[in-house]
Each structure stands twice: as C-alpha cells, then as structure tokens.
Design a binder for this molecule. Sequence first.
Ligand code: 4AD
Length: 500
Amino acid sequence: MHALIKDLKNHVGETVRLQGWIYNSRDSGKIAFLVLRDGSGLCQCVVAKSPATEGFFDTARKLTQEAAVRLTGLVKANEKQIGGHELEVTGLEMVGESVDFPISPKPHGIEFLFKHRHLHFRSRRQWHILRVRHAVIDEIRSYFNRNGFTLIDTPIFAPAAGEGAQTLFQVDYFGEPVYLAQTGQLYVEAGCMAFGKVYCFGPTFRAEKSKTRRHLTEFWMVEPEIAFAELDDVVALAEDFICSIVARVLRDHRADLEFLGRNIASLEKITKPFNRMTHKEAAEVLRGPRAKELLEKDLTAKTARIAEIKTLLAEKEAKVAGQGVKQWEKDKLVGEIADLKDEVGDLEVEVTNIPHHIELAAKFDPGGDLGGSDETIISRLSDKPTFVTHYPKACKAFYMKQSADDASRVNNVDLLAPEGFGEIIGGSQREDSHDVLLHRIHEEGLNPDDYAWYLDLRKYGTVPHGGFGLGVERTVAWLCGLKHIRETIPFPRMMGRFYP
Ligand code: 4AD
C-alpha cells in the first residue's frame, strides 16, 4: 500500500510503500541509512544486508542525493528518528537517477542558491517556510469567505496608476501603453458598491528600484473593501483578520516555526487590542529620547555580538584545520562557520547604519512618510502590532479620504508588525466626495480621463467605504521570523533577479 511519510503513525507494524527522493544517505558497509523525502516529511529508511535485500543492497548503498526511489518496508515507531518512525526496507525500485545534485548539505552563498531556486526549495528550511505560506494563503481565503466577502478578481493590465506613478511597470498592449497592476483596490471599490463586502487576491507589481529586504517587484496582496465603512471599521477588520492568521499558523504550523527557530511566545502575544497611534504621535516618538535610546542600546549589543562571533569563528576555524576531526564533524563546523560569517556580515552592515538611523529618526519630518528604519523603531517599542493612522495627505495616495478635522491629513492606516518587521498592511477610508477626489486627481498631476469610471462611483450612490492591502510575503517573513522576504515566495522577483 502506498503511504505518505506524514501518515506513518497510522501504519506502525504494517508494510507500506513510500515514494520520494533521497535527502541524505550513509552506509556502514552492512547497513545503508537512507533519509527519504516525499514532500510530506522525512523518514529514515534502513536497508540491512541480508539474503532478502541481496537484489538491491548495492543499489541502496550507491543512491545519491535527490535520486528518486520507491521503497517498500515495515513501519516501526522510533522516537529518536526524524518524524518518529523508521522504515525497515524490504524492496527498492529505482525511479530516477540524480547525478551531482548541485546543492549539497554544505553551505552555499545566497546568489548560488537563488540561481538554483528550482532545486533550492527542496531543502528543509524552504519547505518549512513555504508550508507556512500555504497556510497563510489558505487562512486569508477562508477568513474572507466565512465572513461574507465576495471574491472579485481584478485585472492585471491596468490603464493607469493605482499607487505612485514612479513604481509602474509599463507593458506594450497592442501599441498602447498599459501597466501591470500595483493594486486591485480601485476595482474592488467598484465591487463593494455591488456586493457590500468584497476582496481581491492576486499578484501585484511594483518597479521598486531598491534592493531591500522588504521589497519584491512581484508580490501577492489581498485587498478587502467594505461599503458603509469608516477608518475605525477598516482598523477593526485588519485586527481581527491578523489575529485569525496568527492563530491558524500557531495551531497548525508550530513544528515548522520551531524548525525555523521562531520565537513562538512572541507570536502568542498577538491578541486584541493592538496598539494604535497617530502619525503625529509616531513623529514625536521618533524625534524623542526613546528612539535614540533604543538604537544606542542596539549599537552596544550588536558591537558586543560581533566581538563574540569573531572569537567563536577563530575557535571553529582552528578546529576544522586541526588533526583527527571526522568528516561529518568537519562538514558541521563548516556549516556553522558559514552561518556565523553571514551573521557577522549582517551585523556589521547594521552597526554602520545605526548612527544614520538615529539621525534620520531625530530629524524625522513630521510632514513626511515613515521610512523603513522609522517603521522598525516604532514596531520595536511594543510586543503587539501597531496601527499608525492619519498620515499627512502630501505623502499618501490621491484616493485617501481627507480627515474631517484636519484637511492636511488623511484617514489612512498602516499596520506595523512587531519585533522590527515593519509594515505589513496599508489601507484607508477612501475619498467618497466626487469633487474632492477630482481636485486631488488634478493636484497629483493625474489625468482625470483615466479615472472617469472611478469618479463615476462617487456619482451614483456614493457611500463612506474603505479597505486595506496585506502583503503575503511580508506577513510570512514576520510569522517565520525571516530577515529577508526573498525566501517567502517560491520564485522571487526583485531588482536584478528574474531567473529561474
Ligand atoms: O501600502 P500599499 O502600497 O497599499 C496599497 O497598495 C493599497 N492600494 C491597498 C489597499 O488599501 N487596498 O501596499 C499594501 C501592502 C504593504 O503593507 C506591504 O505588505 C505590501 O503590500 N507591499 C509589498 N510587499 C512586498 N514588496 C513590495 N514592493 C511591496 N509593496 C507593498
């Protein structure tokens, strides 16, 4: 009977057939230990030399990394083994050879791994991350479906900018310029006037000319939009939605998070209510002593960690070069050295940047947008996510609703994930007055003809409405505790990266 590794607990004492790829192997002359990967988990499969295994024992010993096989055998419980089970192999069928698989268990640089992304995501770390991504996407869909939202698919070829014109990708559409969608928002606004509560969910594109850990040029965004809603309704929806995503991942993917070294206790603190502050309050924090103290403390801690790592590196390098170290031990040390070098490299960059970030925060322009380092500061001041609302109109998109008590600000909201992860949601109440919106379109130098249909929504039964966009990759990076979002999507697209 064919079984999946994840289901072996139901087959203890039975003979089953597994199919998959060789993740790892070693042999002691009389026994071959094969770690099989089948997409659902890992299982050690043991082939002992005996008359029963004579026909395939030599093949088993020679199996290389990523060779595809079918293995038949008896399932045994074994707490010490990966996954808690072991297969005592009684049959082996070779399916596909693998010669010189380029990604060995030894460390490789990031460039190399991403050039081989089609093979790289077979590795354990990537497998755990992409499983969390799957759960986040599944929860997004089920959250909106069970809460009465209708899915409205929005176009990817867009006639005009939805967000800033400077991040548009232009495409030749039978001789006319069109743009890859930066957002589906304008279209879900039309949708919510037809269905009340709607959402779109798909890939969005931004020509971000910066190579940061938070930016992709192609990323997935879910955008709910609700009619008869003001800013507080948008904030309440975002808060409830985030809690349901976090709860789902904690319920079903604890083991994945543990493998990734995620601090789970900090995710358990993600409960209502989240923090809330205005942009004005955020500006005061950034310009005040708390931000400076936080960064100065960082500088001291990071400098100390660099010194500590350098000592560790010297010790480990001496050990590798020494006599009598077994090969497996050497491989382990080489891996640890590479990880420490990566960490020290990152820390050195951070330490050089901190004085600049201190200066940026101290001189923060109360009329400007929050930069990446500013978001990091605000999001580290508390264990909970922070909603920052009411940004200056001048630094935000044309469609945001002007605040009733301060015409220089808008009813918008960004949600900053804690622990320095920064913005994962951007949203707002939308401008529902035809004349104010038209004025804003002119003010921003946009062509009103491109937005005639969008202005129509304000002519025929306009109502207060709003919504937000959540970036899937930034959310997964936060939940998994990853520094860079490039690992959160199967095939990342960034400036300078579009292969494979
Ligand atoms: O704040 P943004 O630009 O909002 C909008 O696009 C609105 N139209 C959404 C709406 O109100 N319906 O983007 C929303 C989210 C960000 O908070 C972030 O999570 C993600 O999309 N995002 C990116 N993720 C990865 N790479 C990029 N270049 C991103 N730009 C935005």
